[in-house]
Structure formats: structure tokens, C-alpha cells
Design a protein around this ligand. Sequence first.
Ligand code: MRU
Length: 351
Amino acid sequence: MTSESSAMLRPVKLSPDGRVLHLLDQRSLPEREDWLDLDDVESVAEAIERLAVRGAPAIGCAAALGLVASSWRFSDDTVMFRESCLMACERLARTRPTAVNLFHAIAHMRGALAECPAGLAVAGVRGHLHAAALRYVDDELRACLTMADHGAPLMPEVGTVLTHCNTGALATAGWGTALGVIRRAHASGKKIRVLADETRPVLQGARLTAWELRHDGIPVDVIADNMAGALMARGEIQAAIVGADRIARNGDVANKIGTYTVAVLCRYHQIPFYVAAPWSTIDPSTASGAEIPIEERDHNEVHLHGGRRMTPAGVGARNPAFDVTPAELVTAFITERGVFRPATLSALMDS
Ligand code: MRU
């Protein structure tokens, strides 16, 4: 990456020989750009759990590529190798429950494993997994670039766009979902200013979205999450666009905690609220948002700020990492397959 642009940053990469997973450690940003080199499944799983890599599509990519890197530690016996691959998939599936992309990536890799004939030597099986993982990541990147083409025309010619959490290159295979739409709109000449919700408690907006946009030269101001309503009331926001961790069959959207609040505010102020996500984020097996598992994270993420405890000792906290926005609050879904109104999307899912 050059220091001028993060647009084509690839935060999740496999070494050319397939033995090492390279992850840009998102916990160090924006102060430092540290890369982790991982080659065993436990380290990959912990990197996902501890948010070294985060963002629904990026988690899926890390799992697929991480399985390949980890597989060099598995037995040379083909039966035991396959068994270890399946156990690795199970470990990776226990890392974060909400983003369906993780389970999609794991299913993709299990499918690749199942395609290998029983007698195929370990080198052949690993080669097949390697190719499948690279294909998965390439498809995810292509989806981002295509959804940006579909979404950019929806952005205002001149105006301010609110976004929540981080949905950029860091959260994906590269380029980004909602932030990718903003990137494309800016590149096409639209005069867009971004308001980035800081996104408490982990500050993905303040630390990561602001970092990406700053590198790209796209004007950005960070706001505390509780400021969006007041700025909407003053007419300072023309559109909101967010990503998604899982979209249920009826169009309900699980995304970073605080997204629902933004959607409600948008409806009240009659501001369009867009969700940009690859098709792989839609989970046809989940009927509605009520069925989406919501991750509850360590309460210290709420108690502590910059390492200092902000709440009195003995006080509890709640820390649901995601919320569910009802489909009816979504103006349109922007995907690589086109732009869909909620009713159209759910009709497609049911057909
Ligand atoms: O907890 P995180 O940082 O993994 O949550 C990420 C989000 O909620 C993103 O908005 C979502 O994954 C879409 S990313 C393209």
C-alpha cells in the first residue's frame, strides 16, 4: 500500500507458497501498520475473535486463507489430513457468530475438500484447497467492485453521506462495500463529504474508516455516535450507507451496533438509508432478523476507554456487538447483482 491510497489495500493475504496468512492488525490502526504472520488455526481463530481482522467479508477471507496456511501443519496421511481440515473448520466456525460470510467461506472450503477424490495425496488436496480459497477471495473482491458501480449513482452529486462502522478495504477482500460505493462516487466526480460515526465501543469508524478516507483524500469528519440525529435535523446529511453482517430472507439486516439507530433517524428525517453488501451476506436459511445470533462481546470494551476504566467499579455493562434493522427501514440494498428494494429482495429469496 502507498501512504496516499488505501483503496486497493488487501488486508488479508496468503504468502505465494500458501504457508503464511498475512493480516494487517486492525487493532494497531491508525497509530501503526503492523502485519501478523500466522500459520496455525488457533492463531487465525484468535485473530478473528480479538478483532485483528474484522468486517464480515474479511473474516470469511481470513478463515478460507487461514485454513490453507494452517494445513501445512497437518499430517501427511490423507485421512488424518482431511480430519484435521474439518476440525479446523469447526474451530473457525466458533469464532464469531453473527457474520454469515464466515460460515459461507467455511462451507466453500468444506465443499472444496469434499470434491477431492478419496485417494488423492495430501499435496493434491492442499493444492485444491489453496485454489478454492484464492477463488473465494477474488470473488469477494470482484463483488465489492461491482456493487460500487451499482451504488455510486445513488450517492448525492453534492452532499454529506453518513456511514457507520468500517466497511472499507479493511473489512473486505479489498475496496469495501458501503465505503467502496462512496469511493466510486467520489472517483466519479461527486462532491461527497463523509461523516463517520465513531462507532463505540471499538471505534471502527473513528480509527479505521477515517484512516482509509484520509489516505484516499476523501473529506471526512468523525462524529460521536449520538450526534447524527442533530445533524440530520439541521439538514446536514443527505444519505446514509452501511454494510451488513447478515441479511435475513425477509431483508432484516444485522450490522454493527448503532446501525438500527441510524436507520430510525433516517426514516424520521426522510433521508435514504442504503445497505451495501455482497450477495454472500444474504442468508436464505435465516427467515428474519429475530433468528440472527447476536454476538455479546467482552464488557471491558464498554468499561474501558484507551485502557482506562470509565465506569465505577461494581457497575455492569451490556455489549451486544450488532443490532438488527428491520427491512422496512432500508431504502435499497446495493449488491453485485444490482440494487433491490427490500420487498424485491425478499420476493427473490422466497422464489
Ligand atoms: O465487529 P466488526 O468490526 O467485525 O463489525 C463489522 C461490521 O459491522 C461491518 O459494518 C460489516 O461487517 C460490514 S463490513 C463490509
